[in-house]
Structures are given as structure tokens and as C-alpha cells.
Design a protein around this ligand. Sequence first.
Ligand SMILES: Nc1ncnc2c1ncn2[C@@H]1O[C@H](COP(=O)(O)OP(=O)(O)OP(=O)(O)O)[C@@H](O)[C@H]1O
Ligand SMILES: [Mg+2]
Length: 470
Amino acid sequence: MSDLKPIEIVRELDKYIIGQDKAKRSVAIALRNRWRRRHVEEDLQDEISPKNIIMIGPTGVGKTEISRRLANLTDSPFFKVEASKFTEIGYVGRDVESMVRDLVELTVNRMRDQAEDEVMDKAEKIAEERVLDLLLPKTPVKAAAVPDSADDAVNVENVEEQVSEKVEEPVLEENPATDKTREKLRKMLQEGKLDSRMVDIDVTDQQGPMIEIFSTMGMEDIGMNIRDMMSNLMPKNTKRRKVTVEEALDILTEQEAQNLVDLDKVVDKAVEMVEQSGIIFIDEIDKVTGNHAGSGPEVSREGVQRDLLPIVEGSSVPTKYGIVKTDHILFIASGAFHTSKPSDLIPELQGRFPIRVELDSLGQKEFIRILTEPQNALLLQYIALLRTEGVDLSFDDSAVAEIARIAEEVNSRTENIGARRLHTLMEYLLEDILFNAPDVLEKNVTIDSGFVKERLKDVVADEDLSRYIL
Ligand SMILES: Nc1ncnc2c1ncn2[C@@H]1O[C@H](COP(=O)(O)OP(=O)(O)OP(=O)(O)O)[C@@H](O)[C@H]1O
Ligand SMILES: [Mg+2]
């Protein structure tokens, strides 16, 4: 996916987000530049630093939506955080460096999964052998009680019985027929005929012993390391479990896949990916502006901004996978800047986001399209929901136009909450239908502009009422 051209990226975003072309273009360019940089010769690569973006626009116009969709479009390690989550280093809470740690963790996990997928075929084969070993132990130990039925093992009819005996109490004799039996068993196993048979396997307790470490005061890192250390020191908790063959195959395949993957290599690759093409999306950046520094929580907010500086600028962050350099990580910030302005950010931080894009506020025209066009359009969602009750809901064009018009009107008279207004309107509009749907006799419901006007006229006319209800 990562080699999407800018125009293709915009086209993908168009499926979910209406308008906001400038913002889409900027992020598409930035994304493509990640890819371009990777193809530049190496000594120049280091010189090309990312051009961080800040997206500014009123609430509910698609900022977060763009970042969410972007995440699915890129192969680059991508992580989204809310700036408001952070506190200054030294205070209780998450420090800003944790975003880099999280990005690395995420990438390592993703690449480990990928690597495991790649060895899956091999792992499945080994798991099959191991299950066969369980069903029919290979190694001869002392011949204890040799059953008379040894020869019968070849007998297909008896295989099943044989198996159950052997599972309970493995027969330990060398038997020239075992190989043949094994192949028969393999065939049955592959056909799923043994799926419900029970076997004993050893499973390691993934979680390790429960150790809770209280990490405060920016010591999250230390807490994390201690926990890791401890769980390595403690003996792995293995338990013998009785499971069906089907489950055993799954569990053993998983185990074998984990064993086949070289974790060190995965980590090295992941860290490199993060350093070279990582993207961090910082949402709600406006929530850490404080225009009157000096008292109360404002101090800490500016502290967050100051802590952000070195990370955005490029610094080394210690993570449990080693030091990670942030020099080439791309940062995209976004904020509504409703009560503050980008210029309220401390100047050093402003300077580190050279590209600014504004998102437009939305009106009736956009609302009509938002209601109907995106793949996850609101109307489609309600139609799908009600279809589960056998109700066939439809909206005629005049109704859609009316809903959009009312949304714009309420937005302009009360608070402008952008496309979120459509959610509140729709919920109010369809309340009766949503409540009664299971029992209505008339299964075809068409919403027209008359219905919309009638249902919404009281609330819309009364400004106070619309403040509360919509
Ligand atoms: N341009 C748009 N096209 C399609 N849907 C939109 C658009 N803008 C907003 N929406 C819808 O409105 C809702 C809110 O949008 P989003 O979360 O992106 O707002 P935001 O710009 O991040 O606002 P805030 O500043 O409050 O975080 C989402 O459900 C989103 O799908
Ligand atoms: Mg948002």
C-alpha cells in the first residue's frame, strides 16, 4: 500500500471524507515523501528531514477522521496520540516520550505478526508432527506391556481405538508398523477426523506471573523494564492441559511459529522502520496551549510543549528495544484552535511545524454529501441497522437536503460542531422508528422532507431547546 501515489491517496481518503482537499493534498504529499526518501541514495537520505504538518480547523470537520483513514493507507509505522493525554516529565501521567515507545512497540508487534505469518506453513508442518507424536509416541522406551494387538495397529478399523488407548497410556514398544500407522493417522488428522480427540499438551502461561509495578513520576520506563526482567527471571509457568486435537494443532502451530521467528532481527528491522519512516499524529495539539502562563495547569501544559520540542526536532529516546532516534519521524499535528490560536503555541514549537493547512467549516452542500456518499455514510448505517429488524428504511432526496439544511441552521445559531451535528439530528429524527422497529407492521418506511420538518420543527424553532436536544 505504501507506494500509493498522492493522487491515489487522495482518492482513498475521498471514500470517507468529503471536501477538505487542501488537507488531503498535504498529507498525501507528506506520505509520498516518506516513500521518496527511502529511495534516495543513502548519504542524502540523512539530510532530508520531514516537513511536519499542522492541520487547523473547527471541530467536527474531519481532522481526526483523516488521520484514522491515513493510518490504513500506509505501510509506514503510524501512531496517533492525543496531546491532551500527556503531562510534563516529572509529573504524574504519561510523558511525551511514551509516544515514541508506543510507536516502536506497535511496529515490533506488527512485524512479529508478519514474520510469524511467513513461517506459518512450516510451523503447521511441525505442529502436525508433534500432534502425531502425541497420538502415537515414536521413541521406544522399555517394552512394558506389549499388547497383543500390536499387529492390529495396521488395521484401519482399529486405528481409532488404538489411538484412544495410546493417548491414555502410551504404548512404548518399537513397532515396524508404527510408520505405516503414523501415515494413516496423518491422513485422518489432515481430514479432520481426529479433531475432537483429546490429548495432553504443555502450554506456557503467556502472561507470566502477575507483577504490578506502580510507575509514576515519569518512571514508566523503569517500571516496564523491571516487569520485563522479572518475567524473564521467573520460571516460565507451564501447565499441562487436556485439549482437543484441533486446539492442540492451533496452540502448537502458534508456539512453533514463535520459535521459528528470530525476534532480534524483527526488532532491529522495526526500530529501523520507525526511525526512517515513522509517522506520529498528534491530535488535539491545541489542548496544550495556554495563553496566560504562570498559574495552575497552564504551567504543565507549556511543559508538555517544551517536552515535545526535542522529540519533534530529533532526539534519542530510550525504549525497551534500544535507543530510537526521532530525527526522521514525521509529525502531523491537528487541533481545532477554537479558544486559542496556533500562535499561542510556544514559538519554538510553531517553527517545527512548517506546513499549515486549514480545514474548511462545513455547510449544507457538504452535509448532503456526508450523509450519503462515504462508504460508511450515516444514512447507510441506519438503513443497515434497521434492516436487521426487517424494516426497509429509505430517504428521499428532499429529506436529505432538509436534514442538511437544518444541521447548518442549528450549527450557525448555536455551537458549530460540524458534521457531528448530523449524528445528533439523525438520532432525534429516527427515535420513534428505532424504538418501535421490532414491532411495526409497516416494514417499508420512507423518510421525506415533510417527516423531517414535522419531527424537527419544534426543536429547531426554539433555540434553547435545540441547545439541549441537538
Ligand atoms: N469532511 C467530512 N466528511 C465526512 N465525514 C466527516 C467530515 N467531517 C467530519 N465528519 C464526520 O464527523 C465526525 C467527527 O469528525 P472528526 O472526528 O474528524 O472531527 P475533528 O475535526 O477531529 O473534530 P475535533 O476538533 O472536535 O476533534 C466523524 O464521525 C466524521 O466521520
Ligand atoms: Mg478530533
